[in-house]
Design a protein around this ligand. Sequence first.
Ligand code: DX5
Ligand code: ZN
Length: 219
Amino acid sequence: SRSPLIAPSLLSADFARLAEESQRVADADWLHFDVMDAHFVPNLTFGLPVMQAVRAVSPVPLDCHLMIEAPERWAPGYAEAGARNVTVHAEACEGDPRAVARDLRAAGSLAGLALKPGTPLEEYLDVLPVFDTLLVMTVEPGFGGQRFLAETLPKVRRARELVDTGHLTLLVEVDGGINTDTIEQAAAAGADVFVAGSAVYGADDPARAIAGLRAQAAA
Ligand code: DX5
Ligand code: ZN
């Protein structure tokens, strides 16, 4: 079976202690970095200078999730700064998303495409072959700590099926409301990468929380 990747989200960490917070999740697979611009989503977080600072001290590779307008303008900078994966929202792209994927890969990162809960996968089938990751939002983007939307699971299942039948080659990532109550449903639907903000940083022992989520996702 597939081995799940666990990606704690720094959105739920203590922003005054980002170095320590990245080190507290040293046994994670990726560190999820939520960039919000107060335009694409109604919230504002951090951008490239903060990513560069975290990248310099983090023991875990960065998974940058850009919830911003005009992502084609900003995304390559995150790849150049050493992100493992950079994900742009399909809904935010002004041109063909394949151009961003090309730029990201040329700059040395994986390329990810994110879909909001209401965005159908079928609209993007022709662009997905050039992406490495597909992020299926399991909450409306913008905030941590929201309730998991089970109605997004058919999209995860459909993506899994396209990968398993050889039509696509990508990692299927889920983001939002992933915790000990919901991760098994997401795993059963076929996700490979599990983002968890409040479930990891809200726990007394983040390392234990990661191990627990990983075990549940692998079961
Ligand atoms: C929401 C972000 C998520 C957020 C998840 O827009 O994309 O990555 O950090 O937080 P939880 O796991 O608390 O739902
Ligand atoms: Zn995210």
